[in-house]
Design a binder for this molecule. Structure first.
Ligand code: HEM
Length: 407
């Protein structure tokens, strides 16, 4: 039996509950948010460590180190939460590939969770110790945490990459005809792809610092010289980082096998063009453009990258006769409606309430007083949560009751 038939046989016979393109769009879109916080976390963590070792030279470095330690702390929690959505969508439409890849490197897939827990605990130890006066040894906790985060990124990359190489699965599962069920190996890496994605940490933290200046500069308790220092630092990091990212991206483009026909497809070069535009802007318009525009530009670039990753996946799997378009659809419209209403209500109103509150509270000195709009949003968020919980239980009870009556 050839591997294409195996993959098609491994599809869930129950089919999927909505048109496949909907899942594909959701998978791509949600991954953008995951990877945005991955690169921000890695960039902020690296800068927090660098600034930590330079703190004797200027109090500004101390300020940067403490601030970036907090940014990395929050970003790691967000990257984990936001990783769940693309993981679920990948498992819905690319389950045979994701499953095979995880089983082939099972020990690493499990180690991923433990190393992430250890790394995050170490980062918290660094965060608690990283004050105006800090013990030097806590810097080592941070370095180990960062190395473990990078290892986790590598494991994620390997799992993603092995999933699109079905032609090699049998060779990894039974090398020389001998079964190897240990799951002890990371079988395939594409270094330019991994390094490129990781390199985006530099522009991510660079843009963040520019926006940090724009966000805080209207507060009278902030030192303008410190903010100007942060902005200049951000511009430099973003500029050099983008040059490195661009070079790594070109390497990745030409590393794709010619047989896939990917090298000259415009989709990949659109990512390169977005990087070049960002580089141009940060070089020539760094003081004229608002920091939020750089962040928005970075998100557009990540969206193009997310689409490009999907084009790559389709191109690698096509020769095996596998396409998600052939997925059987067994539509379940009520669940779908519940899903989108949850996204709009809980994500939009409750999430929107928290985000707006945090954004506004951070921009004032001292105690923040919510205005009428914020209190209305707060009340709305509680009402929506109540309705959502009620509908959740009612829907479940209704399904259970109708099943009980039918059988
Ligand atoms: C420090 C922790 C993490 C890092 C550094 C990291 C990094 C990455 C990177 C670099 C990729 C892209 C790989 C590639 O395209 O070659 C990726 C993909 C992905 N990550 Fe993460 N990640 C982390 C944690 C997580 C967690 C906790 C989840 C799930 C809850 C998650 C879910 C995903 C998913 C679903 C993909 C896409 C897989 C695919 O399309 O095949 N990640 N991650």
């Amino acid at each position: 039996m050839d591997i294409g038939t195996v993959m098609n046989t491994m599809r869930d016979p129950a089919g999927i509950p909505a048109p496949v393109e909907l899942f594909r769009i959701l998978m791509i879109a949600t991954w953008v948010f995951h990877i945005a916080f991955v690169v921000l976390a890695l960039g902020a963590a690296s800068l927090a460590i660098y600034a930590f070792w330079r703190r004797e030279q200027s109090p500004y470095w101390t300020g940067i180190s403490i601030a970036m330690t907090k940014v990395a702390k929050v970003s790691v929690s967000l990257l984990i939460v936001l990783g769940v959505a693309p993981l679920l969508f990948t498992q819905v439409i690319y389950d045979p590939q994701w499953y095979a890849s995880n089983v082939l490197s099972a020990r690493w897939a499990i180690a991923f969770i433990f190393t992430l827990i250890v790394a995050y605990c170490l980062w918290f130890a660094f965060y608690y110790g990283n004050k105006e006066v800090a013990k030097r040894h806590i810097g080592f906790y941070a370095v180990i945490a960062l190395l473990l985060f990078l290892l986790d990124g590598l494991i994620m990359h390997v799992l993603s990459y092995q999933a699109i190489l079905p032609g090699q699965w049998m060779g990894w599962y039974a090398p020389n005809g001998e079964l190897d069920m240990s799951g002890a190996h990371l079988h395939a890496m594409q270094w330019p792809r991994y390094l490129f994605i990781i390199s985006l940490s530099a522009p991510a933290v660079g843009f963040y610092l520019i926006a940090y200046d724009d966000y805080l500069k209207r507060r009278r308790d902030q030192n303008p010289d410190y903010l100007a220092f942060a902005r200049r630092l951000g511009q430099r990091i973003a500029q050099y980082g983008l040059i490195v990212s661009l070079a790594l991206f070109v390497w990745w483009q030409f590393d794709n096998p010619a047989s896939t026909g990917l090298v000259w497809l415009p989709g990949g070069w659109a990512v390169a063009a977005a990087l070049a535009v960002l580089l141009f802007e940060v070089t020539y318009f760094r003081d004229r453009l608002h920091g939020y525009l750089f962040l928005a530009g970075g998100m557009v670039m990540l969206l193009l990258l997310a689409i490009w990753r999907e084009v790559i996946r389709v191109a690698y799997l096509a020769p095996f006769g596998y396409s998600v378009v052939d997925e059987k659809v067994n539509a379940d419209w009520p669940s779908l409606a519940l899903f989108f209403l949850t996204v709009a209500g809980i994500g939009g109103l409750v999430g929107g309430f928290y985000l707006t509150l945090l954004y506004r509270a951070g921009r004032v000195e001292g105690v923040y007083q919510a205005d009428r709009t914020m209190s209305a949003m707060g009340t709305g968020a509680i009402v929506i949560l109540g309705i959502w919980t009620g509908v959740f239980f009612l829907y479940g009870i209704a399904i259970w009751a109708s099943n009980a009556l039918t059988y």
